[in-house]
Design a protein around this ligand. Structure first.
Ligand SMILES: C[S@@+](CC[C@H](N)C(=O)[O-])C[C@H]1O[C@@H](n2cnc3c(N)ncnc32)[C@H](O)[C@@H]1O
Length: 308
């Protein structure tokens, strides 16, 4: 199967990143290499792109696509949360910019065997990095009812979380995406099932976030990226749901205004200096045209900041 992924908010992200020949840029979510190709075209001659992905299949596909740039591309199988140690090992002191295009790729969703999608039957897996231990099978079959309720409620924003968790526990073992989808459908009352998106959408999102610890790493990863950024360097982040976007928005705000003094303090005594300037006052969202051409872009939001 080809690695097919249409990069989201493509022109907007490349413009925001504002990279120049000679720059050292990190693509923390290399995926199929769509954004990476445009970055490489702009940083040559003299520039370097460090492409990170948790998924070895993505790295392989990106290396193939970007083979003509191989002298300027370094690919790393890792979590972008480890950006400081990755750069340390490469002997790179500071970078000119970084992009994070969060979540899963179309390739991961469409490749049924990865178990990300309720639309094709496969063993429950959902690991972006197939070498990690925890899989969706573990979450679904080993977590207790309370923990499952909390995850489905928090990460899926699913109002039927408690019922779904109970049905999951009562129907174990659950081995496949189809079995899980049937259990979720049975847990949600028929009337509620007829409204809104596919009844399994929120629960699948929640389990995927838990398996890949997608939210837990985000704030620290942003701080690490900003730490390694040269003055004037830009960090661009594309999110796909409100939970991710909230973390990006709040972390950017905290880094722009880190002062912890009480609001009524006459002068600042904490001494915390702003590290960034937020470049996107409001998040950039896809045009109607992009959404009609690529429905998966519908929920995307781009936020960018600049290191002071
Ligand atoms: C939306 S796709 C990126 C698509 C890419 N921008 C392109 O143009 O083809 C997200 C990719 O990031 C990877 N990924 C998600 N979270 C990651 C993390 N914390 N560290 C490294 N890679 C991650 C996924 O495995 C997936 O391949």
């Amino acid at each position: 199967m080809d690695f097919h992924h249409i990069p989201v908010l493509f022109n907007e992200t490349i413009k925001m990143l504002d990279c120049q020949p000679g720059d050292i840029i990190v693509d923390g979510t290399l995926g199929g290499g769509g954004h990476a190709q445009a970055i490489l075209e702009r940083i040559l001659p003299g520039g370097t792109l460090i492409g990170i992905d948790r998924d070895p299949d993505a790295l392989e596909a990106a290396r193939r696509r970007l083979c003509k740039y191989q002298d300027s591309l370094i690919t790393i199988h890792d979590n972008f949360a480890n950006i400081e140690s990755i750069l340390g090992q490469l002997g790179i002191e500071a970078i000119d910019g970084m992009i994070m295009d969060l979540g899963v790729s179309s390739y991961q969703l469409d490749k049924g065997s990865r178990g990300f999608s309720y639309q094709s039957n496969a063993p429950l897996d959902m690991r972006m990095d197939p070498t990690q231990g925890l899989s969706a099978h573990d979450v679904v079959n080993k977590y207790d009812e309370r923990r499952l309720t909390r995850i489905i409620s928090q990460y899926g924003e699913e109002r039927w979380a408690a019922r779904i968790a109970k049905f999951i526990v009562d129907n174990r073992p659950i081995d496949t995406t189809e079995q899980l989808t049937q259990v979720i459908k049975a847990a949600i009352p028929a009337k509620a099932r007829r409204q809104g998106p596919h009844p399994a959408k929120r629960t699948f999102q929640a389990i995927r976030i838990e398996v890949n610890k997608e939210l837990e790493i985000l704030e620290g990863a942003i701080e690490s990226a900003v730490n390694k950024m040269k003055s004037g360097g830009r960090l661009c982040i594309i999110t796909f749901h409100s939970l991710e976007d909230r973390i990006v928005k709040n972390t950017f705000k905290k880094l722009q205004n880190p002062c912890t003094c009480p609001p009524d303090a006459p002068i600042c005594i904490c001494g915390n200096q702003p590290l960034i300037k937020i470049v996107t006052r409001k998040p950039i969202i896809p045009s109607e045209r992009e959404i009609s051409e690529n429905p998966r872009s519908r929920s995307a939001k781009l936020r960018a900041c600049q290191k002071l």
